[in-house]
Write a protein that binds this ligand. Structure first.
Ligand code: TLP
Length: 344
């Protein structure tokens, strides 16, 4: 199988499986799992924050950030194409009692500074207090686009001026760091909190880390317990996360190169376009031209028969994601299969 649906499908590496088998563990609800404690320290250091909290998923990390920054009845500003708005089952309002105030993502993944400034509410009793703004780096649905340090700093400047905190959903912050040739911590220096995922391009089987200041992480830890995310001997999982941080962040540019190669090959096939632009990290969003009169779903089914899995976003749009388990040969085979399916 060549599974390009997401980098969430990545299997742990042999080094991870070894580290998991020999992990020293303890009860993490008591704060006594040495492997989790080590991962949290490493993660906080890599993000340039005071503290970290190991959580089961990116979704829970983002939800905890919203709940730890906001009170019920507050609002969080976020992009219409943000994962927190699109793909987290409405948890911020259903579980956090926090109102989702959406702002349009621009084609380059950003939220306009003017929209942010206008969106932040005044101190009017008719309106929910604006408490938090969420950025996503890389911005998934806009094309896996990395947001620059300068942009994030400009956003934080506007938000902080109005007393609004900034959370970065950095599920793929190391992809952004690789693409921009900057340490991840610099990209989030002005953010109040950040979540990053160990289980996507970094290949760990489970987990994300939420990072921020000590007080914030203390609140998030209590909320994690409330939501049922206080795990016990989860150092088995954190051990893979440590390997992810030690061995997997520096190689992500290989995935980015393969995404470019794949996009270049697909772009040469008549009938395939890249209206969303060519890949900047590990994601590409090829689309079918309408005159082909074939749906993305149909093409995906034909590709599946050849052992290739792709994600169908809408009628004519696909998302393909490269990762550690996708080789140069897989890239070439995928290009050939797309070509033969489309020319049939
Ligand atoms: N994204 C998944 C799907 O949910 C869409 C994917 O295949 O890309 N933030 C961002 C930016 C994400 O892309 C994801 C997962 C998450 C958060 C949530 O992470 P998990 O799956 O660990 O809850």
């Amino acid at each position: 199988m060549i599974d390009l649906r997401s980098d969430t499908v990545t299997q742990p590496t042999p080094a991870m499986r070894e580290a998991m088998a020999s992990a020293v563990v303890g009860d993490d609800v008591f704060g006594e799992d040495p492997t989790i404690n080590r991962l949290q320290e490493m993660a906080a250091e890599r993000m340039g924050k005071a503290a970290g909290l190991f959580v089961p998923s990116g979704t829970m990390g983002n939800l905890l950030a919203v709940m730890a920054h906001c009170q019920r009845g507050d609002e969080a500003l976020m992009g219409t194409f943000g994962h927190t708005f699109l793909h987290e089952a409405g948890g911020v309002s259903a579980l956090g009692g926090v109102f989702a105030h959406t702002l349009p993502n621009q084609k380059d993944g950003t939220l306009r500074l003017e929209d942010i400034e206008e969106g932040i509410r005044s101190d009017d009793i008719h309106e929910p207090p604006s408490r938090l703004l969420i950025l996503e780096n890389t911005q998934n649905r806009c094309g896996g686009i990395p947001l620059s340090r300068e942009y994030t700093e400009a956003v934080a400047h506007v938000a902080h001026k109005h007393g609004v905190k900034v959370h970065v959903d950095g599920a793929r912050i190391f992809n952004a760091a690789a693409a921009l040739h900057e340490p991840a911590k610099d990209l989030v220096r002005k953010a109040d909190s950040v979540t990053f995922c160990l289980s996507k391009g970094l290949c760990a089987p489970v987990g994300s880390v939420l990072c921020g200041d000590e007080d914030f992480i203390k609140r998030a830890r209590r909320l994690r317990k409330m939501l049922g995310g206080g795990m016990r001997q989860a150092g088995i999982l954190a051990a893979a996360g440590i390997v992810a941080l030690e061995q997997m962040t520096e190689r992500l540019s290989e995935d980015h190169q393969r995404a470019k190669d794949l996009a270049d090959g697909l772009a040469r096939i008549p009938g395939i376009g890249f209206e969303m632009g060519m890949p900047q990290t590990n994601m590409l969003f090829p689309s079918l031209i309408p005159s082909l009169r074939v749906s993305a779903e149909h093409v995906a089914q034909m590709l599946a028969k050849e052992g290739i899995k792709v994600d169908v976003v809408s009628d004519l749009l696909f998302r393909l994601v490269t990762h550690y388990w996708i080789s140069d040969e897989d890239v070439q085979k995928t290009i050939q299969c797309f070509e033969s399916v489309i020319s049939k």
